[in-house]
Ligand binder design. Structure first.
Ligand code: KG4
Ligand code: ZN
Length: 359
């Protein structure tokens, strides 16, 4: 089955071609960073208008690159939530119209399930059961995955998501939007031991997160010390030290909670996905720590080493390949969306079920 994937939930317009037997045939992403940079964040109305401008040229380019024609498509999968309502609608109308004109099924895909299943695009996809840490701009969740569509929530954020904390802290430090990657690059020039920021909620039981206090701790320190630092060089070093100390605190917190989840669930496989899984320090810290950790899986009396799986960098942040692969798994099980163009700006993963269960 040849599936076109369409992603337009926020500030990336993306299309992908995925074949259920041959795998990913191609994907394209247009980022709206330049469009929103002047405003310091995503402007929803501008995002929607730009998606409308980009979708058709991107699809034409994707088909030309892959040597496929529109009539080769067997189905269209599009992000129908969660995300910005207007932005979601542009992709939904585009995908639904195309599928109607071609007389092929269409399916609205959950964006977070797309992130969760992004590692399925890798040559050795992770087999459930596993623990998934989903860390994006709007989510920080720990999920037990027993099968595709069978998601048990273990922990969630009480306030800011991890990506949101990166972005807000970057803003405090005067870095451009989108803050996460900028802060991460700056942190490489800083001393991570310069400030001892809290590892929120690690001193008590449970798997929930809270990152807004960490952002405030950076802000208070920056406000207190930036006026006192004399030269520009000193201010730049302070900024880099704060970025590095913040990054190590957030990554430590995520790692501590992941270890707790693996031990609690007696699972030895950990999947990290969503935009923050692109963070270099997160990857090196998790790899170093978990390569030393042994867990005794349920039903076994022997400890095994923990395996950590990430999507390729290009599939960590928003893309349509993850929507196409998630859609393909459900379309193959007979799921499809009716003719009405509907989106779900709020759509928790817990509302999903196994592919085909609702077909
Ligand atoms: O998954 P994603 O592309 O979009 C959402 O579904 O939200 O995640 C975007 C988030 C942003 O908050 C961005 O700053 C963060 O992921 N991010 C990073 C890095 N790359 C993207 N955060 C830290 N380090 C990075 N390298
Ligand atoms: Zn996303």
């Amino acid at each position: 089955m040849l599936v076109l994937g369409v992603e337009s939930s926020c500030d990336e317009t993306a299309v992908a071609l995925y074949h259920s037997e041959q795998g990913l045939l191609g994907h394209l992403v247009h980022s709206q960073i330049d469009l929103h940079a002047a405003y310091g964040g995503v402007v929803p109305e501008l995002a929607s208008r730009d998606h409308i401008r980009r979708l058709i040229p991107l699809l034409r380019q994707l088909l030309a690159n892959s040597g496929h024609a529109l009539f080769d498509l067997d189905a269209v999968a599009y992000t129908s939530g969660p995300g910005l309502a207007g932005a979601l609608l542009t992709g939904a109308v585009f995908a639904r119209t195309l599928s109607w004109a071609l007389d092929v099924p269409a399916l609205g895909v959950n964006h977070m399930e797309g992130h969760l299943l992004a590692p399925m695009l890798e040559p050795n996809p992770p087999e459930p059961p596993f623990v998934c840490l989903l860390v994006s701009g709007g989510h920080s969740q720990l999920i037990r995955v027993d099968a595709i569509g069978e998601y048990e929530f273990l922990g969630d954020t009480l306030d800011d998501a991890a990506g949101e904390a990166f972005d807000k802290t970057a803003k405090v430090l005067g870095l451009p939007y989108p803050g996460g990657p900028h802060l991460s690059r700056l942190a490489e020039q800083g001393d991570a031991a310069a400030f001892d920021f809290p590892r929120p909620m690690t001193d008590r039981a449970g798997l929930d997160f809270s990152f807004s206090g960490l952002k405030t701790a950076v802000m208070t320190t920056w406000n207190r010390l930036s006026d006192c630092s004399g030269s520009d060089v000193e201010t730049d070093q302070l900024r880099a030290d704060l970025a590095a100390s913040f990054q190590v605190a957030i990554v430590d917190t995520l790692r501590i909670k992941c270890q707790r989840a693996l031990q609690q669930e007696r699972l030895s496989r950990l999947v990290i996905s969503g935009g923050v899984s692109a963070n270099r320090h997160l990857r090196s810290s998790f790899d170093a720590h978990f390569s030393q950790l042994m867990v005794c899986p349920q039903g076994s009396n022997q400890s095994v080493a923990v395996e950590v799986v990430y999507p390729s960098l290009e599939f960590c942040t928003d893309n349509a390949a993850m929507i196409a692969v998630a859609g393909s798994l459900r379309l193959e099980a007979g799921e499809q969306t009716g003719l009405a163009v509907e989106v779900q700006p709020r759509w928790p993963l817990s509302a999903l079920s196994r592919p085909g269960a609702t077909a």
